[in-house]
Write a protein that binds this ligand. Structure first.
Ligand code: PGA
Length: 251
């Protein structure tokens, strides 16, 4: 069964008090919901505090990034073991900001996906074309390359082993959302690719989230598309009311 998953990517926002307040706001409204699944991805220092508040609820914890090595001299980096020890079930990998600002390559992203895939956590692999690529008609080519490189040698035996987030870069934080038709077209293509890499049955069960300026007012239409199985939410996840509005739209 394919799961609907709404994840909040807080990016580099919130201090400890704001993180607690935001988590409480989410838990009060949707802490008992099982459908859709809800994941909070706060900055690293907030993970234990958020974990304390979501304990005993259905809300789950995710990290915004992870390193591909287990331990060692990698100043500033965080391993899967560390994340698991504070209760993370998911890790976002290859977000377009990591790719663009921190120059993460498909090869490095693949190493991270392999590492998370071999842990008890589930990777959320982010892919998506830039505005220039879309304008040049390269959307499908770019998405195909990111999927194939990101999932190189990644063993997936059930649809629950991995989550894909399609986030057109031109729609992130810009207020410009892909139309439901534009998004659905790419999501259907991604599922076809996953079917070729794994099996059509497994591909049917893989959650493919949409991300890019998702808000309560556009969530229903996006989430109503046959191949859109959730949302990776940035800006709107920083307000409990807006985030929960998106969760309601996915219910
Ligand atoms: P946004 O961010 O919702 O603010 O556009 C989405 C994301 O970066 O995951």
């Amino acid at each position: 069964m394919r799961r609907m998953i709404i994840a909040g990517n807080w990016k580099m926002h919130t201090d400890i008090e704001e993180a607690r307040k935001l988590t409480l706001g989410v838990v009060e409204k949707v802490g008992g919901k099982t459908e859709p699944a809800v994941i909070l991805c706060p900055p690293y220092p907030m993970l234990p505090a958020v974990k304390d508040i979501i304990e005993g609820t259905t809300v789950q914890l995710g990290a915004q990034n992870v390193h591909s090595e287990d331990k060692g001299a990698f100043t500033g980096e965080i391993s899967t073991d560390m994340l698991q020890s504070v209760g993370c079930n998911f890790a976002i990998i290859g977000h377009s900001e990591r790719r663009a600002i921190f120059k993460e390559t498909d090869e490095f992203i693949n190493k991270k996906v392999l590492k998370v895939n071999s842990s008890l956590m589930i990777p959320i692999l982010c892919i998506g074309e830039t505005l220039g690529e879309r304008e040049e008609g390269l959307t499908f080519q770019r998405v195909e390359q990111q999927i194939k490189d990101g999932l190189n040698e990644v063993v997936v035996t059930t649809g629950n082993d991995i989550v894909i987030a399609y986030e057109p870069v031109w729609a992130i934080g810009t207020g410009k959302t892909a139309t439901p038709e534009q998004a659905e077209e790419v999501h259907a293509y991604i599922r076809e690719l996953l079917g070729e890499i794994y099996t059509p049955e497994i591909a049917q069960d893989i959650t493919i989230q949409y991300g890019g300026s998702v808000k309560p007012s556009n969530a229903s239409e996006l989430l109503g598309q046959p191949n859109i199985d959730g949302a990776l939410v940035g800006g709107a996840s920083l307000k409990a009311e807006d985030f929960c509005g998106i969760i309601e739209a996915g219910s």
